[in-house]
Design a protein around this ligand. Structure first.
Ligand code: DAT
Ligand code: MG
Length: 141
């Protein structure tokens, strides 16, 4: 089995509704191992850098405001085929379109307040992991 890593963020709407424990349990029950974990607030510049690929889009400014509206939880996860399997576990960007049993379907409120982030590729996972976690905060066993 080849280990792979992906980066998740439990977003402000889910933290605010006290869903962190429930969501983490759902993730570990699906076979992912937590190898990094951090609760924080991010400033405008950090969010803009994190979501740089969406700069200029109609929803960008609202997205940035939302992501810094309250605490988030960054989670580094390990599993075979982690990136693809985690995207399946969270479901479509729009909770209304997400499949039954996915995290966004269960907990998401809207496209913006969709409760959780998951890296979209191995390259993104590496970039996003380094974005949130120093090397001594990443526990690759
Ligand atoms: P994903 O989070 O599924 O990778 P994305 O990368 O296309 O989706 O967009 C990043 C986030 O931006 C997404 O989780 C919520 C927000 N977003 C995307 N499209 C949106 C839209 N049409 N209206 C409002 N927010 C949007
Ligand atoms: Mg994305």
């Amino acid at each position: 089995m080849e280990k792979e890593y992906t980066l998740s963020i439990i977003k402000p709407d889910a933290v605010e509704r006290n869903l962190v424990g429930k969501i983490l349990n759902f993730i570990t029950e699906a076979g992912f191992k937590i190898v990094g974990l951090k609760m924080m607030m991010v400033n405008k510049y950090k969010v803009e850098e994190f979501y740089a690929e969406h700069k200029g889009k109609s929803f960008f400014n609202d997205l940035v405001e939302y992501m810094r509206s309250g605490p988030i939880v960054a989670v580094l996860l390990e599993k075979e085929n982690a990136v693809e399997d985690f995207r399946k576990l969270i479901g479509d960007t729009d909770p209304a379109k997400a499949e039954d049993g996915t995290i966004r379907k269960m907990f998401g409120i809207s496209v913006q307040k969709n409760s959780i982030h998951g890296s979209d590729s191995r390259q993104s996972a590496l970039r996003e992991s380094e974005f949130f976690f120093a090397s001594y905060e990443r526990f690759f066993f």
